[in-house]
Write a protein that binds this ligand. Structure first.
Ligand SMILES: Cc1cc2nc3c(=O)[nH]c(=O)nc-3n(C[C@H](O)[C@H](O)[C@H](O)COP(=O)(O)O)c2cc1C
Length: 194
């Protein structure tokens, strides 16, 4: 590695922890503002949000714009974003996006940057869907491919009363547990800790 590259790499490490949150068209996207707000309680954390069009039905983009310098929908190159990210969360991950990842599709910014991601970038997928969608045999196959071939970490779903009225597996891991994974992975400290 030439010297300038080494310095750039070092500065990057000393700089910020960059968290990229991808939201998709699950009702659990209503938790995105909570995830962002909580992450920003930690030192040296920067958050950017990439929202699929469908996920924006579930939260107000103004509630996460404070996350970063880009606004949702800005034409950020997927390559720039994947270089920027130290950790990627797909929270929530819809059945549709899970399937797209398993099949290697890259037809929007979220799936394009995932295809361009270095395998060394920790990537966590938090599925969230109706119980029957989750129990559909194709879901197990998509989970298998995403976990064993693409090698992302799959967390959840959990069982509870779902927004659709069903009771069972399919809810996104609790939003504070999503944050906890980032905190542990990146060894973050809260701004209000002495
Ligand atoms: C009110 C509502 C709630 C939905 N909730 C979910 C959900 O929790 N999980 C899921 O996989 N799809 C859910 N869908 C369907 C997705 O939004 C749909 O499959 C969409 O194409 C997903 O697009 P995306 O993966 O690009 O975000 C919901 C749709 C509506 C209208």
């Amino acid at each position: 590695m030439v010297k300038s590259q080494f310095i750039a790499e070092k500065e990057r490490l000393l700089d910020h922890h960059r968290v990229l949150l991808i939201t998709t068209g699950s009702v659990a996207s209503i938790k995105a503002p909570l995830i962002v707000a909580e992450l920003l309680q930690y030192r040296n954390v920067k958050v950017e949000v990439v929202a699929t069009k469908e996920s924006l039905a579930f939260y107000d983009r103004a509630d996460v714009v404070k996350a970063g310098s880009y606004k949702i929908g800005d034409p950020i190159l997927h390559i720039e974003l994947r270089r920027w990210a130290d950790i990627v969360l797909v929270a929530p991950c819809s059945a549709n996006t899970l399937s797209k990842i398993a099949h290697g599709l890259c037809d929007n910014l979220a799936t394009s940057l995932l295809r361009a991601l270095a395998p060394t970038t920790p990537t966590y997928i938090f599925p969230a869907m109706n119980t029957l969608m989750y129990e559909h045999p194709l879901t197990a196959e998509h989970v298998r491919v995403v976990r064993d071939v693409v090698r992302y970490q799959i967390v959840g779903p959990i069982g509870k009363n779902l927004a659709c009225g069903d009771v069972g597996l399919g809810a996104m891991t609790e939003w504070f547990d999503v944050v906890k994974i980032v905190v542990n992975q990146m060894k973050l400290t809260r701004k209000d800790d002495k």
